[in-house]
Design a binder for this molecule. Structure first.
Ligand SMILES: Cc1cc2nc3c(=O)[nH]c(=O)nc-3n(C[C@H](O)[C@H](O)[C@H](O)COP(=O)(O)OP(=O)(O)OC[C@H]3O[C@@H](n4cnc5c(N)ncnc54)[C@H](O)[C@@H]3O)c2cc1C
Length: 428
């Protein structure tokens, strides 16, 4: 069997490892625009100097030999032909690779906000690749007024990296507070205060109107829509991504505005073509990319001809859309799905004691969202309550007093499992 994987990050690498585990003699080729393997999640440590480039790598030193993978680096795919079952690499020789099963794990790229003056300016950067961070590091020594656009996870990473590098950045976002997708006002406020103490400034409910560019082609100030005029000698955009799907144009693989369309078995609409990770555009976080890559690999390695037998397919299950873990300014937080109740039909329970904040949002007994900040020991409990679909309206205890002992049960194979009936038997 000949497997080709496009992309060498969370989804691609984990798919390759799983393919090798399942198919010791298969031919695995991993083709990537990158020059190696690195984690984007820790790029801010490279920015601050806390980690070297080598310390960003998340595979074994002998990864290629150990898993017997043909890793083609610095190779950009520009075409997939699903009829001929080939993909093409756009280099001088325009090489073609034949596949039996193809995994598209090409991730996403950052986009600049459509603001006059930004495109083409020499001191405007994205924060997605190691190349972006190297360019920022090269520019950094002469800079005093960095501005970050976007207060999501990436924007907060950049903020951390710049603060650790000794700068005092300004962050601008259209949202009313930091990390609007993950946190509520209270938990975001804690981070904001800590960042302010470290030297950051914030403009919320604000967006860029224009960038003033000097004769050397560098942004020197940015003007916000409400009139604020801020000095800016380095601008980092962390406010949007686009799935890397251009090479699929005309291929017949279905995409939407977010990225390629896959089902919960990581299959696209085209037989033998799979997708995983940020290229799908939904839940663009590391653990989802890893799981989708592994699910794809399991289904790619099925060579027994029973691909139509839906019940034998590996599927992405027991996983909720957006579980996010973060740690800024030494304060860990976990958030799941909803962070504010949309209306009064949702019940909100909170606990706020000595640096530990917990919030659970539920409706008709179903947990719809949670935040655990500070002491994150409770995050395991909440994860189990969600994963095991425990009806919390029938839990008699205070939700924040539930612990593992209340609802664990042991299967015959000694695995723990968590069940409603167990909780009820124990009168929790
Ligand atoms: C700064 C930053 C911080 C983050 N922090 C977190 C975090 O704390 N927690 C978390 O869960 N997630 C975090 N994420 C998100 C996480 O990094 C992504 O979800 C994850 O990297 C997705 O992996 P992927 O394999 O789908 O794609 P990507 O990591 O985007 O990798 C895509 C791969 O495809 C290759 N490629 C692209 N186009 C082509 C082409 N045409 N031909 C060949 N190869 C191609 C690329 O070179 C790359 O190897 C962060 C992201 C960023 C940018």
């Amino acid at each position: 069997m000949k497997y080709v994987i496009i992309g060498s990050s969370a989804a691609g690498v984990n798919a390759a490892r799983e393919l090798r585990r399942l198919d010791p003699s298969g031919n695995i080729t991993m083709i990537s625009a990158d020059n190696g393997v690195y984690s984007r999640c820790i790029l801010h440590h490279f920015l601050s100097g806390e980690r070297t480039e080598k310390q960003l790598c998340f595979v074994e030193d002998d990864f290629e030999a150990r898993y017997n993978i043909d890793f083609v680096k610095n190779a950009v795919c520009d075409k997939v032909d699903v009829q001929a079952k080939t993909m093409r690499v756009a280099d001088g020789a325009s090489r073609e690779y034949r596949y039996d099963k193809l995994l598209i794990a090409s991730g996403a790229s950052s986009v600049l906000p459509p603001v006059p003056g930004l495109t083409g300016a020499k001191n405007v950067f994205n924060f997605r690749s190691i190349g972006d961070v190297k360019a920022i590091k090269a520019a950094l020594p002469s800079k005093k007024h960095p501005v970050i656009v976007g207060a999501g996870l990436v924007g907060c990473d950049v903020l951390t990296g710049l603060l650790d590098a000794g700068l005092k950045p300004t962050l601008v976002d259209i949202a009313p507070h930091l990390l609007i997708k993950q946190l509520d006002t209270k938990s975001a406020g804690r981070y904001e205060n800590l960042f302010r103490k470290a030297g950051a400034a914030f403009y919320f409910n604000a967006s860029l109107a224009e960038a003033g560019v000097n004769g050397a082609g560098e942004v020197e100030r940015v003007v916000l829509k409400d009139g604020w005029d801020l000095p800016c000698d380095l601008l980092i955009a962390a406010a949007g991504v686009r799935a890397n799907t251009a090479f699929l144009e005309g291929s017949g693989v279905n995409t939407d505005r977010a990225g390629i369309l896959i089902d919960d078995a990581s299959r696209t609409n085209v037989p033998d073509v799979f997708g995983a990770g940020d290229v799908t555009g939904h839940s663009p976080i590391w653990p989802v990319a890893v799981k989708q890559g592994i699910v794809a690999a399991r289904n790619m390695a099925r060579s027994n001809g029973d691909d139509d037998d839906a019940k034998n397919l590996a599927r992405l299950e027991n996983f909720f859309a957006s579980k996010t873990a973060m740690n800024f300014c030494g304060v860990p937080t976990m958030s799941i799905d909803m962070n504010e109740a949309p209306d009064a039909n949702y019940l909100v329970e909170t606990s706020d004691t000595a640096g530990s904040y917990k919030k659970v949002i539920h409706k008709n007994g179903v947990i719809c969202g949670a935040i655990v900040q500070g002491d994150v020991a409770y995050s395991g409990i909440i994860t189990e309550l969600v994963a095991n679909k425990i009806d919390v309206s029938r839990v008699k205890k205070n939700l924040f007093d539930v612990d593992y002992a209340d609802f664990f049960n042991m299967k015959e194979n000694f695995e723990f499992c968590y069940e409603q009936k167990q909780m009820e038997a124990q009168n929790v």
